[in-house]
Design a protein around this ligand. Structure first.
Ligand code: PEP
Length: 259
């Protein structure tokens, strides 16, 4: 059985310019070091806006911080006439380890289809970035009791054509749309139901060993007060945190949920 290191990833969304980013990363690092956080036991990653990444890179690499960082999106293309897009190659050059793909805000507000999400997963992998693949159902789908098939269909599309070895390094985030930024969190049992279904489907699509190694995060109104109960579920390996990740005390406390 693989040991899955818990991952806490903070998606800042369109918040904090590069000066504020520097400030937050320094404070977060101090706060976690002060608390003697074991970064090897619970991985901590920040996901700032594109324009902050160079500053975050300078800080993390220059001061040898143990925090990881990544981007919130990438283009499915590697270069060319795609005005406004950011290539995975650029993110890799900035030292990013991760990239969020298929966040519900991208799917809803920018019309990203399952096919585009799959192309972005492939683009991330071409540049050795770990995609954090977001899946999750809207409220009406949950109310109709169709949340598991909905999420599995998104997953099937995102993982289409990936071999078992490549899929091992993936991170999948189950983010019910009705819980994102609403303050309404899924119950630990709700999170476990879908995360377990995701792991089973990864096993069907690849191998049992791969499914065992893949980290599955929960995202949607994670806060210091609810993280421990969600993390106690067998198939939840971490959290993708939005609002609470731009508050240093809250995010540090989420990262230290075991204390
Ligand atoms: C998110 O943006 O991925 C998210 C989970 O947001 P929040 O924690 O604010 O619900």
């Amino acid at each position: 059985m693989a040991t899955r290191i818990p991952l806490m990833a903070g998606n800042w969304k369109m918040n904090l310019d590069h000066l504020q980013a520097t400030h937050l990363v320094q404070k977060l690092d101090w706060s976690l070091r002060d608390a003697k956080h074991d970064f090897a036991a619970v991985e901590v990653v920040v996901v700032p806006p594109f324009t902050d990444l160079r500053s975050v890179q300078t800080l993390v690499q220059g001061d040898r911080l143990e925090l990881g960082y990544g981007a919130q999106d990438l283009s499915q293309h590697d270069s060319g006439a795609y005005t406004g897009e950011i290539s995975g190659a650029f993110l890799a050059k900035l030292g990013c380890s991760y990239v969020v793909v298929g966040h519900s805000e991208r799917r809803e507000l920018h019309g990203e289809t399952d096919e585009v999400v799959a192309a972005k997963v492939a683009a991330a992998l071409r540049h050795d970035l770990v995609p954090i693949i977001c899946v999750g159902e809207p409220l009406e789908v949950r109310q109709a009791g169709e949340h598991v098939p909905h999420v599995l269909a998104q997953l099937d599309a995102a993982l289409a054509g990936l071999d078992a070895a490549t899929a091992q390094g993936l991170v999948i985030a189950y983010e019910p749309v009705w819980a994102i930024g609403t303050g309404e969190v899924a119950t630990p049992a709700d999170a476990q139901e879908v995360c377990a279904a995701i792991r089973t489907r990864v096993a069907e699509l690849t191998t049992g060993d791969t499914a065992d190694a893949v980290r599955i995060l929960y995202g949607g109104s994670v806060k210091p007060g609810n993280v421990a109960s969600i993390m106690s579920e067998t198939d939840v390996d971490g959290a993708l945190v939005g609002g609470a990740s731009i508050n240093v005390e809250d995010f540090a406390s989420i990262c230290r949920y075991q204390q």
